[in-house]
Design a protein around this ligand. Structure first.
Ligand code: MSP
Length: 513
């Protein structure tokens, strides 16, 4: 074991019935930023993503594409790996539910639940939505459809059941004892009232199709895809080998990030399965909101699916990463609009951060011989700005502990505005003529502030931050949060490379967007 605090974070595993879109990129991006933040903060991070490859939905999509399900899954799963690369996700592993290691783990979980008397054979008659891969009670239907609007079909088949009905009180006790388990708070309340309204036993096997993990003791049955899928989180940490180092280091997971549509599976079924198998539930589930496209629900049938690759081509990767986490308070629904995207690029990135860095670095280049200037005695305004920069880590850490990306970024941008105001007030271009020693101090304070800002924006904009840190000649091993101390401050006299702009303005072209 590493001896460092660990941080295990997961994305949902994505169905391979569809090409990756902005919603998928969003969930994983949030995890990537947290994983990068925790690594820079000295934690031993395990960041997992992957694909959910079984179930009726995938089987149907494969048939429609004229492929056998495995060949189809291979193809679509690759698209998700490609997206992860293009989005610069730093996942440590990519799991596929068709891998032998996962099949072994999911079957071991099934056997454990059976051995504990939590799974028994019965028969299911009721409504099933293939799109949601979910069972619905008659009373949940709205105008003959699932509450999500998905079509449902009547299913009657022999099925194994998990005794979910017996877990209501224990789940409620668990939520009580762990008030931060479900976030945001409004979602927590929804889950609690769902559980309080009474839980029915859950059908956990299917016999009417075969694309799934076989139940070893009764191979006509395949596991219900959600039991199979949720198990991926423990497959990764070597379940059922509870003596393994990985298990001891990383389980329980620190955070399962999910969209609001799949909260129930993660916050109700999953902890019940785990507790029933004598395993600890994860520490936290965060359910984020959904994106709409210029005010409209995103759907294939409306033809308004947003392709993240297209956005990267148009706006650049780091601006996209910044926009997605800055624009909408994390946890709320949000609307994607090109106009807003352009506004954020030109205001927050080009005008605020980009211009600050560019002004400071080019003044140093022109007036200080391209070397970090030597500061004289610091004035109160200098101390105030440096204190604000040095105080940022604690604020950002506290915000990200609650997955409040927008507030973390807001805090960073407050210091960026303070810095721009300080440049205007101190007017180093005037000092150049009147008091060069004071100009050196001002530019030093600014460069040191930009060093803090660049280190702190690394999780969100890794490439751009690296360019800024290169321009400040910050060594690769001095870019972690441990370097956010006066001991690691820029050394006067250090030669700096010639500055280049890092955040260009976006100028719309006819073909753009
Ligand atoms: N396979 C299941 C998850 C199993 S986890 C054990 C699944 N897959 S999914 O591909 O349909 O969805 C994955 C994630 O994408 C979900 O968190 C979902 O909320 C997210 N999004 C899909 N469309 C979205 C938007 N329009 N906006 C934001 N996120 C959305 O569910």
């Amino acid at each position: 074991m590493s001896g460092r605090d660990s941080y295990y974070i997961t994305t949902p595993i994505y169905y391979v019935n569809d090409s990756p879109h902005i919603g998928h990129a969003y969930t994983s991006l949030a995890c990537d930023v947290l994983a990068r933040f925790m690594r820079l903060d000295g934690k031993d991070v395990l960041f997992l993503t992957g694909t959910d490859e079984h179930g009726q939905k995938v089987e149907k999509s494969a048939a429609a594409a004229g492929l056998d399900p495995q060949a189809f899954a291979d193809r679509v799963s690759q698209n998700f790996r490609d997206l992860a690369k293009r989005m610069n996700f730093s996942n440590d592993d990519f799991i596929r539910t068709t891998e032998p290691r996962h099949i072994t783990a999911a079957q071991a979980l099934w056997d454990k639940l059976t051995e504990k008397g939590e799974i028994t054979l019965g028969s299911y008659a009721g409504w099933y939505s293939v799109r949601d891969e979910a069972f619905y009670g008659e009373s949940e239907l709205v105008n003959g459809k699932a509450p999500t609007g998905a079509d449902v079909e009547w299913v009657e088949e022999p099925s194994y059941f998990f005794k979910l009905s017996a877990w209501g009180d224990r789940l409620l006790e668990f939520y009580d004892a762990n008030p931060d388990f479900i976030a945001p708070r409004s979602r927590r309340n929804e889950v609690v009232s769902f559980v309080k309204s009474g839980l029915r036993d859950l059908s956990v096997s299917r016999t009417s199709f075969s694309w799934g993990i076989p139940v070893l003791s009764d191979p006509k049955h395949v596991q219900y895809v959600w039991l199979d899928a949720l198990a991926n989180y423990i497959t990764e940490v070597d379940y059922p080998d509870l003596a393994s180092e990985k298990w001891r280091q990383y389980w329980p997971a620190d955070l399962h990030m999910v969209g609001k549509d799949i909260l129930r599976f993660h916050a109700v079924y999953w902890p019940a399965f785990l507790m029933a198998a004598d395993l600890a539930p994860p520490k936290r589930i965060f359910a984020h909101g959904w994106w709409t496209n210029e005010g409209q629900k995103i759907s294939k049938s409306l033809g308004n699916v947003i392709d993240p690759l297209r956005l990267i081509e148009t706006y650049g990767l780091d601006p996209l990463r910044y926009f997605l986490l800055r624009e909408v308070p994390f946890g709320h629904d949000g609307d994607f609009s090109h106009a807003q995207m352009i506004k954020r690029i030109n205001t927050d990135l080009a005008n605020d951060l980009g211009n600050l860095a560019q002004r400071v670095l080019s003044m140093i280049n022109k007036n200080c011989g391209g070397r970090v200037p030597e500061p004289g005695p610091l004035a109160p305004a200098d101390e105030t700005l440096l204190a604000a920069a040095r105080g940022l880590l604690a604020t950002v850490r506290a915000e990200l502990a609650e997955q409040a990306f927008h507030r973390a970024l807001e805090a960073i941008w407050t210091v960026i505005s303070d810095s721009n105001r300080y440049v205007d007030e101190q007017a180093p271009w005037t000092l150049r003529k009147t008091d060069q020693a004071r100009m050196a101090s001002v530019l030093y304070v600014l460069a040191e502030t930009v060093r803090h800002l660049a280190i702190l924006v690394q999780p969100v904009m890794p490439d751009s931050a690296a360019k800024l840190l290169d321009q400040l000649a910050v060594a690769a091993d001095r870019r972690g949060f441990g370097a956010l101390t006066p001991a690691d401050a820029l050394k006067p006299g250090t030669e700096l490379p010639p500055p280049t702009g890092v955040f260009p303005r976006y100028v719309p072209q006819d073909s753009a967007a």
